[in-house]
Design a protein. Structure first.
Length: 222
């Protein structure tokens, strides 16, 4: 684990798995483009994009006065850790803050790019900013899938918690995740997006395991 420091009361760590995945991504892009400069641009795109996404969660947590957070970048994404017992609508907004931050940074990057002619003439910026914007729009959209552990899955469950008992909200949310996630996997397989299909397929499986655990042991607190 690499500790990068803190911003405000939010500490930031990078797990070696994140470095490994980013390295694999860069190598894969190099195989596709045969241009090491284009491939290396993906490293800051992924790092900045995911970090700002997680800061969206941390910022909303701080706004609701739930204390400090701990951001860990690992694997293919990140997680924002904070011990809290929040109201359902607070947790809903905290969950949505990540994707909203991804969309916001994409829009801001494009606005700056269009407003500063020097950036449009710079060869590296001509590659970096459009790629950064499109990657963050895709990342934000992907995270809105109602499949836990994605933000959309958490948001769905927290939305249901606003009106229903915890147990009922869990059951409905986990089956929405299983059904919608399975449909998404089929769509991605038809489009030959094997990696995304496998990733979401794994998420569907973990949701099914949660359902199996619920059937056997009940919901915690019952």
């Amino acid at each position: 684990m690499i500790h990068l420091g803190s911003i405000g009361k939010t500490s930031i760590d990078v797990d070696f798995s994140f470095v490994f995945v980013v390295s694999l991504w860069v190598l894969n892009e190099y195989q596709s483009s045969k241009d090491i400069r284009v491939a290396l641009v993906w490293a800051p795109v992924l790092f900045i994009g995911i970090l700002v996404h997680e800061f969206g969660h941390a910022g909303m947590i701080a706004l609701f006065a739930y204390g400090s957070s701990h951001i860990i970048l690992g694997g293919i994404g990140g997680v924002t850790i904070n011990s809290r017992k929040a109201r359902p609508w607070h947790d809903l907004l905290i969950s949505l803050a990540g994707p909203i931050s991804s969309f916001a940074e994409a829009i801001v990057a494009l606005l700056i790019y269009k407003s500063v002619p020097a950036l449009q003439r710079d060869p590296m910026m001509k590659v970096f900013i459009p790629l950064f914007a499109s990657a963050n729009i895709l990342w934000g959209t992907f995270n809105l899938l109602p499949v836990s552990p994605l933000d959309g899955g958490h948001a769905m469950r927290n939305f249901l918690r606003m009106f229903l008992r915890e147990q009922t909200a869990f059951v409905i949310a986990v089956w929405i995740a299983i059904v919608s996630g399975t449909a998404f996997v089929v769509m991605e397989l038809l489009g030959q997006s094997i990696f995304v299909a496998l990733l979401v397929g794994w998420f569907v499986w973990t949701n099914f395991q949660q359902w199996q655990y619920f059937r056997t042991h009940g919901y915690p607190g019952d």
